[in-house]
Design a protein around this ligand. Structure first.
Ligand code: NAD
Ligand code: UFG
Length: 340
């Protein structure tokens, strides 16, 4: 019998790509999303890619009774938990909003799982839990924190909460996936990242400069101790990331306890290198200006990927050129986002 996976935040950027891969791997999918940062039109796009329209509930994970109803109506085998707020800067100005959604919402979900004896969970964590790492590449056993913003702290707290849950309930199986920098889009160009307002992240910003929506890219700092002075990150194709979730779910079904795993490529690229790769992909120059460092940024961040390979049998396949090509295809096919 097909296993059924509940995907919270399943119409969002990483969620939608994961839903596609889950369907293609033979799983039934149930999506819960309150559409705060995504559109219902994503569901039709998923159907176009896979031939399957996933079951969808427009439900807020903070709404206990509604969430309970979803568990009542479906026989769920596991949960992949993406739902949450993710804007680092906004989390500094609205900490309570972030803790409410990312902590209280998650607690609600974990309580409901326990009540319905659904014990397998994959949680969207982030490389931000490592704070400013003492060295790179970053291994999973590096010290965690201190985090530099409430968003990052909400991820760290969720990790700790889930460790405690696994201690108290040995039947629980949790994989904490620490994402590095997800970029790119499905190669169909039908789903991808739709930033809300002015993009905070590098790739969506570059894509909007390339399409003419923004004048130039501000490069935040060129005096870091890196290859060209600009910040270095481990950019990972969102489809690779999605495939990592399939491996993580399979792992969760076969194990108990909690495991934290980095999802990255193991390679770092500087801001200027990414800008150049994108220019190659879209066939035009990307205008930029060098400006001051962005507060809270670190110089370099990339993953040690050994554990992902050993524990999950997963490693990233797509290179930076493919990431930029796919990102550009999505941007040019959907200049106004996903609306139909
Ligand atoms: P996203 O905003 O595209 O997707 C999140 C989805 O959750 C959205 O569709 C939103 O409507 C939904 N949502 C938010 N609050 C909800 C609530 N209370 N109830 C129901 N649905 C709710 O973000 P994404 O980039 O796909 O990120 C997914 C997860 O991965 C998030 O938890 C994020 O923190 C984490 N993450 C993202 C990145 C990144 O760079 N994109 C990096 C590390 C970790
Ligand atoms: N950058 C610019 N100009 C921009 C945007 C970004 O120069 O307009 C630079 C940043 O200074 C940094 C790099 O591009 O050097 C990447 O910045 P992003 O904002 O795209 O990503 P971050 O690494 O800062 O943060 C991301 C997610 C966080 C997550 C973290 C670690 O936004 O949620 O990766 O996984 F916590």
């Amino acid at each position: 019998m097909k296993k059924t996976i509940l995907v919270t935040g399943g119409t969002g950027y990483i969620g939608s790509h994961t839903v596609v891969e889950l369907i293609e791997a033979g799983y039934e999918v149930v999506i819960v999303d309150n559409l705060y940062n995504s559109s219902k039109a994503v569901l039709k796009r998923i159907e176009k890619i896979t031939g399957v329209l996933p079951k969808f509930y427009e439900v807020d994970i903070l709404d206990g009774p509604a969430l309970n109803q979803v568990f009542e109506e479906n026989h769920l085998d596991a949960v992949i938990h993406f739902a949450g707020y993710k804007a680092v800067g906004e989390s500094v100005s609205k900490p309570l909003t972030y803790y409410q959604n990312n902590i209280a919402g998650s607690l609600n979900l974990y309580e409901t799982m326990l009540k319905h004896q659904v014990y397998n969970l994959v949680f969207s964590s982030s490389a931000t839990v490592y704070g400013d790492p003492a060295s790179v590449p970053i291994c999973e056993d590096f010290p965690l924190g201190p985090t530099t913003n409430p968003y990052g702290t909400s991820k760290l707290y969720n990790e700790q909460i889930l460790r405690d849950v696994c201690k108290a309930y040995p039947e629980f199986s949790v994989v904490l996936l620490r994402y590095f920098n997800p970029i790119g889009a499905h190669q169909s160009g039908l789903i991808g990242e739709v930033p809300n307002g002015i993009p905070n992240n590098l790739l969506p910003y570059i894509a909007q400069v390339a399409i003419g929506k923004r004048e130039y890219l501000s490069v935040f700092g060129n005096d870091y101790d890196t290859v060209d002075g600009t910040g270095v990150r481990d950019y990972i194709h969102v489809v690779d990331l999605a495939l990592g979730h399939i491996k993580a779910i399979e792992y969760a079904f076969d194990h108990h306890g909690v495991e934290a795993v980095n999802l990255g490529t193991g390679h770092g690229y500087s801001v200027l290198q990414v800008k150049d790769a994108f220019a190659k992909a879209c066939g035009k120059e990307v205008a930029f200006k060098l400006v001051d460092r962005r507060p809270g940024d670190i110089a370099e961040c990339y993953a040690d990927t050994t554990k992902a390979k050993e524990v999950l049998g997963w490693s990233a396949q797509y290179d930076i050129d493919t990431m930029c090509q796919d990102s550009w295809r999505f941007q040019s096919m959907n200049p106004d986002g996903i609306n139909d």
